[in-house]
Write a protein that binds this ligand. Structure first.
Ligand SMILES: [Zn+2]
Length: 113
């Protein structure tokens, strides 16, 4: 499963970060997941407990923030949400647009105890 590898990679990154910064315990891990990233947040949440089991992140809470998949229309400059508008501009109906945000998958914050 795609999400399992992603979670494993994130957990490893955060563990390394914790060691480098001498953090003994991390309270919360905050991820930002874009609507257009192809990553499904509830799958991330589902894999997380299994991945952190037995690691230094075992007690760490996971928080996910969703970044909207927005684009601007190259025809009329309207900014709109791609998913909510079926990938077409709600004002002029064109689908000639450029993505502004929503493709990201980022570790936004690591909150120590
Ligand atoms: Zn438009």
């Amino acid at each position: 499963m795609h999400e399992l590898n992603i979670v494993a990679h994130i957990v490893k990154t955060v563990e390394d970060f914790a060691i480098d910064n001498r953090l003994t315990k991390i309270d919360t891990l905050v991820l930002q997941i874009g609507e257009l990233s192809g990553v499904i947040p509830r799958y991330i949440e589902a894999c997380y407990p299994a991945v952190v089991e037995g690691t230094s992140l075992q007690e760490t809470k996971l928080k996910i923030e969703i970044v909207p998949g927005n684009a601007f229309c190259k025809e009329c400059n309207k900014v709109f949400n791609l998913l909510q508008n079926d990938f077409a501009c709600p004002d002029c109906g064109r689908n000639d647009w450029e993505i502004l945000c929503g493709k990201e998958l980022m570790i936004k914050e690591v909150i120590a105890c």
